[in-house]
Design a protein around this ligand. Structure first.
Ligand code: GAR
Length: 208
C-alpha cells in the first residue's frame, strides 16, 4: 500500500471538522491520508485542545501584528517541517496570501458551509434563509487566492424547512460537512498520490 498522504489541517476555532477527519482515519487506518499537523492562527482555538486529545501535533501563532505574507511564511515553515503534502482548511477563517496559494497549488482544499458559488464569506446560513433558498449545503473546493473561490470538487445538500433558523440549518449542514470532507479528502489524497492531479512541487525548507 502507498504511504498515506501527509495532511496539515488549518483551523481557527471549534475544530469539529478536524475531529471528523481524524476520526474517519482512525476508524480505517487504510485511508490514504494521515493528519500530521493541526495548525492555527488562533492560539486559544478549541480545536487545538481537540488536536492534543487526538495526539495530533499542533502549531500555533497569532497572526496579529504580522503581515499576511510574513505569517504565511511561518505557517509554511511549520508545514514543511512536518513534511505536509496536502493542506485541508477546516474553519480556517483567514485568507491565505497569493504567494502561499501559488506555492501550494493543487494542494489546498477548503470546506465552506454553502452551495458555492452561492454565499461566499461569513454568515452563510442566515443569508441562505434571507434569500429564500430551498436548499442549503456545503462545498469542498480547491483553494485559489480569492475567498471561497476555486473549483468545487463535491457538495452535499440539505432541504431548507420553513421553520429553520440559522442555527438549525447550521446543525444540519455541519453534520453533512463531517460526512463529506473525509470522503473528499481521501479521494483527493489518492489522486494526488497517483499523480492524477495538477499540483505544484512540494515547497522545500526555507533557505537560511
Ligand atoms: C464550518 O462550518 C466550516 O465549513 C466553516 O466554518 C465552520 C468551522 O467549524 N468554514 C468557513 O466558513 C470557511 N469560509 P469547525 O471549526 O467546527 O470545523
Amino acid at each position: 500500500m502507498a504511504e498515506p498522504v501527509r495532511v496539515g489541517v488549518l483551523i481557527s476555532g471549534r475544530g469539529s471538522n478536524l475531529l471528523a477527519l481524524a476520526e474517519h482515519r482512525r476508524r480505517d487506518p487504510e485511508r490514504p491520508y494521515a493528519i500530521v499537523l493541526a495548525a492555527s492562527n488562533v492560539p486559544e482555538a478549541r480545536g487545538l485542545v481537540l488536536a492534543k486529545r487526538l495526539a495530533v501535533p499542533s502549531w500555533t501563532q497569532s497572526h496579529k501584528g504580522l503581515e499576511r505574507a510574513e505569517f504565511d511564511r511561518l505557517l509554511e515553515a511549520a508545514l514543511v517541517e512536518r513534511r505536509v503534502e496536502l493542506v485541508a482548511l477546516a474553519g480556517y477563517m483567514r485568507l491565505l496570501s497569493r504567494e502561499f496559494v501559488e506555492r501550494w497549488r493543487g494542494r489546498i482544499l477548503n470546506i465552506h458551509p454553502s452551495l458555492l458559488p452561492l454565499h461566499k464569506g461569513l454568515d452563510t446560513h442566515r443569508r441562505a434563509l434571507l434569500a429564500g433558498d430551498l436548499e442549503a449545503g456545503c462545498s469542498v473546493h480547491l483553494v485559489t487566492p480569492e475567498l471561497d473561490d476555486g473549483p468545487v470538487i463535491a457538495q452535499a445538500r440539505v432541504r431548507i424547512h420553513a421553520r429553520d433558523t440559522p442555527q438549525s440549518l447550521e446543525e444540519r449542514v455541519l453534520a453533512e460537512e463531517h460526512k463529506l470532507y473525509p470522503l473528499v479528502l481521501a479521494a483527493y489524497a489518492e489522486a494526488l498520490r497517483a499523480g492524477a492531479v495538477d499540483a505544484a512541487p512540494l515547497p522545500g525548507p526555507a533557505l537560511p
